[in-house]
Design a protein around this ligand. Sequence first.
Ligand code: ZN
Length: 300
Amino acid sequence: MSHPKLILSTVLGIIVFTGFVAAQQAQFMSPPPICDLKDPEQMRVWAEYGAVFISKDIKMPNTCIFDGQPAIDVYLKTTKLEALSISDLRTFKLRPLARQSLEKVFVKMQAKGGYRAVVRLCNTRKVGECTNDVNGDFALRNYKQTADNWTRNKVTFIANNGVKFTSDNPSNAQIVSVEVKSGEKPFMYSYAIPGASQHILGLAIDVKNGTGINGDSGYCETDCVKALADNYWYRTVRGDKYHFTYLGYPPEELRKRGLKTVQCDHEKARGLDQFIYWVPNISDYKGYENWPCKEVPWPL
Ligand SMILES: [Zn+2]
């Protein structure tokens, strides 16, 4: 004896359930094959910087972490970059869509000072040391620049993090394994492992909207964030408030591609509620438990 209505509703139920499961699964990000997730350093790179791998404008590298400038040179030989010149400041290079969209941001922010209201003009918080110049490494970065940033700052991290290292000169792997347990802001939230920076890919800029001194926060806030987001630039490295990445898609598309928006407890506790980061939605990654960040709606 057949029950057509029952069969139909069962079939519909299966279709709806399957669709629901697919929609849920689609919200997790697939790891890019270039990252070996058994390697703790590469796992961290994917978890912390991995949003860039879904960028509409990415030329996918063949490695998660470049091991030196020769590998980057090989990559850049086949990677189209376009120059963006800003009148009295230097020319810098980005991927084509990233460059075009950043130019639109400068135009949109014209009333507030154009590029001067967006790009990082200064990389110091010391009074009197700011010059009216764009940092050489605010957009595209080479291996030495990423290594210098890491090396210069790891000494302070080692001294302050409260976790003893077995060596006076710990390896990057040792630092990566300790930083997530130290209770401090993880080191990688300000400095990329050498060769792993999003800046190498021509898809990232550091934004400093102001000097960052004398009561000026220096952070890109409401209008600046909106102008960047309208052109598909977003904060993507939790804790790195200066750093923006060209992802190339509107928010609903980013969720479909496996990203989620988070706000970090440490920043919220300091009244810094405005910082929302688009990060890979990885269900079982525990690396950032000591610097927890909660999923929040995208407010724009
Ligand atoms: Zn950056």
